[in-house]
Design a protein around this ligand. Structure first.
Ligand code: NAD
Ligand code: FES
Length: 292
């Protein structure tokens, strides 16, 4: 069992939990994720790690209520436990294994959309701890939906907050701020964008135009999280990849976002899953959605 030591609602429908998981906390890196299960019959819920404390042996996760399982999960309090908490899964962010001196020469821009701010945080924090201050754009629909602003401010070089409705910070979507910063003379060698799929698609269209290599973190539907079921299949550079083992981070300019978004929708129904099974064959084995 994995005890929850802290549980709080950050804003409407978005929750933060700190969970005792010493083995994961000991070895996890920015970019990796965990799969949580509340009880033996519970759905497996993949969540990118938002923070880790190696001394305390805890992992912090942030999630949004999107269905019955996350609704149930939101009712858990400090002192309650998860039945399973598996990880660290997926590959760490590439920069973690880059030469530090070369990394210090790079100007990095992070673009975080909504709940995607949570997975961006450990990356920016890691860089800060290694003497690198990256620029960060955080976008939210409106002021009340903004999360982790203070935490991000403490580790970012420059933090640019945007709200779609102009209720706080800059007005408009994150893409507008990328355009404005570059027009103001900012230069970026690389961009990391994490948020809703549609945001990542449009950020990539813009950074392609601006010639800024861009990494995205994909969160398609996952079942086993170990490359067995095929649920998280995506196309990157025309090749089949599985986000759980080949990612979750990929070259954003190579990702087929339209296919990924369409597949997310199709996967939701039994008929859709049968269709994918017929279309994708063996790479879809086991990922029928009936796996508990
Ligand atoms: P949201 O819809 O509030 O969007 C957040 C920001 O993204 C917006 O404020 C805007 O600046 C930008 N954005 C949205 N659509 C855009 C567009 N068409 N063009 C340019 N910019 C755009 O975000 P939310 O409701 O917090 O997002 C929830 C979604 O994020 C869920 O689908 C969830 O699965 C996904 N998510 C992804 C990850 C990941 O690892 N990729 C992590 C957490 C959540
Ligand atoms: Fe990636 Fe099953 S979740 S293959």
């Amino acid at each position: 069992m994995y005890k929850i030591v802290k549980a709080e609602e950050l804003t409407t429908n978005i929750f933060l939990m700190e969970v005792e998981a010493a083995r994961i906390a000991k070895s996890c890196q920015p970019g990796q994720f965990i799969i949580a299960r509340m009880d033996e019959d519970g759905e497996r819920i993949p969540l990118t790690i938002c923070d880790y404390n190696r001394e305390k042996g805890t992992i912090t996760i942030v999630f949004q209520i999107v269905g019955a399982s996350t609704q149930d999960m939101a009712s858990l309090k400090a002192g309650d436990s998860f039945r399973d908490f598996v990880g660290p899964l997926g590959c760490p962010s590439e920069f973690v294994s880059e030469d530090l001196e070369a990394l210090k020469e790079k100007k990095m821009l992070f673009v975080a959309g909504g709940v995607g701010t949570a997975p961006v945080y450990p990356q920016v924090k890691w860089l800060h701890e290694h003497g690198i201050d990256a620029d960060v754009i955080v976008g939210a629909k409106t002021k009340d939906l903004l999360i982790l602003e203070k935490e991000m401010e403490a580790v970012a070089g420059n933090l640019y907050v945007t709200t779609d409705d102009g209720s706080y910070g800059r007005s408009g979507m994150v893409t507008q701020t990328i355009k404005d910063l570059v027009a103001e003379g900012k230069h970026y060698d690389t961009c990391v964008a994490i948020g809703p799929m549609i945001m990542m698609k449009f950020v990539c269209l813009m950074t392609k135009e601006l010639n800024i290599p861009t990494i995205v973190s994909l969160n398609p539907i996952m079942v086993d999280g170990t490359g067995m079921c095929g649920a998280c299949r995506v196309s990157v550079g025309g090749k089949v990849k599985f986000a759980c083992v080949d990612g979750p981070e990929f070259d954003g300019h190579q990702v087929n976002f339209d296919e990924a978004m369409q597949r997310q929708q199709i996967y939701k129904t039994a008929e859709g899953r049968a269709f994918l099974k017929a279309k994708e064959g063996n790479t879809h084995h086991g990922g029928c959605g009936n796996c508990r």
